[in-house]
Design a protein around this ligand. Structure first.
Ligand code: NAP
Length: 241
């Protein structure tokens, strides 16, 4: 698969899956623009400090990326949060709303910014929304996260319908369980807030977490391989990686 010089945007590229994917894409010769609120340790081809809940900032980041690197071939809506974990009945309403704002509205902002620029230029592209197995598996303590990722699955399907008169392809990819700060946060939970915490600690102890190369390669296959991109929601990354 030839990906040299393809231009890619990754949101949430300061650490974790976003930074790992950005590194791998650059090693493959792609030009990568990343954004997050804090700076990544590695240099990217372009980085902007952006909160994905701020549409104007996302649009500025898109425009600066196109100006610096050229038209965007792939946009990965990766930025997401899981905290705070805890029983829904006890949750702080402001924290609940903030999570939905980042995980759902942030994905909408990225999709809107990217799809409008594709329409404006008549170019086709590829949009990948990073989902989660939590969109279909309910975990006590993960109320807003599970709800937000189910919303991302459905939004992906809607976007694919809406873009189906073009060559633009739209996917949702659950990256699998990958070692990041988010997984450390999960393992650090009290069972009172997250009753299934031992399952995640055991997976870690058994060395079952995936390397970030697995979702990175899966994204490349989706974006530049023969997949149709008609809103496909891939919940098992290993089938692609
Ligand atoms: P992570 O290590 O916590 O990294 C999250 C990234 O999102 C960071 O770069 C963070 O940067 C960015 N981010 C958070 N809020 C943001 C905001 N408001 N605006 C811009 N960027 C923001 O998490 P991760 O494990 O890499 O997760 C990445 C994605 O994969 C998420 O969508 C997550 O739900 C999904 N996922 C992960 C796993 C896993 O096992 N790790 C499994 C399933 C799904 P700043 O804090 O610097 O802004």
């Amino acid at each position: 698969m030839e990906v040299t010089d393809k231009v890619c945007v990754v949101t949430g590229a300061s650490r974790g899956i976003g930074l790992g994917v950005a590194r791998i894409f650059r090693e493959r010769g792609m030009k990568v623009a990343g954004c997050a609120r804090s700076e990544p340790q590695d240099p990217l081809d372009l980085f902007r400090s952006v909160d994905v809940t701020d549409l104007d900032a996302v649009e500025r980041f898109r425009d600066e990326t196109v100006e610096a690197l050229g038209p965007i071939d792939l946009w990965v809506n990766n930025a997401g949060v899981l905290a705070p974990i805890g029983m829904t009945r006890d949750a702080d309403p402001a924290a609940w709303r903030r999570l939905m704002d980042v995980n759902v509205v942030g994905v909408y902002h990225g999709a809107r910014a990217y799809l409008r620029s594709l329409r404006a230029t008549g170019r086709a592209g590829c949009l990948i929304n990073v989902g989660s197995g939590a969109s279909t598996s309910a975990y006590a303590g993960w109320g807003p996260y599970c709800a937000s990722k189910a919303a991302v699955d459905q939004l992906t399907r809607v976007l694919a319908y809406e873009e189906s008169d073009t060559e633009t392809r739209v996917f949702c990819l659950a990256p699998g369980v990958v070692e990041t700060g988010m997984q450390e946060y999960i393992r650090g939970q009290d069972a009172a807030d997250f009753p299934m915490v031992d399952r995640f600690r055991q997976m870690h102890a058994d060395g079952k977490l995936l390397d970030v190369a697995v979702p990175a390669e899966a994204m490349l296959k989706l974006a530049f391989g023969p997949a149709r991109g008609d809103g496909e929601v891939c919940l098992d990354v290993r089938t692609l990686g």
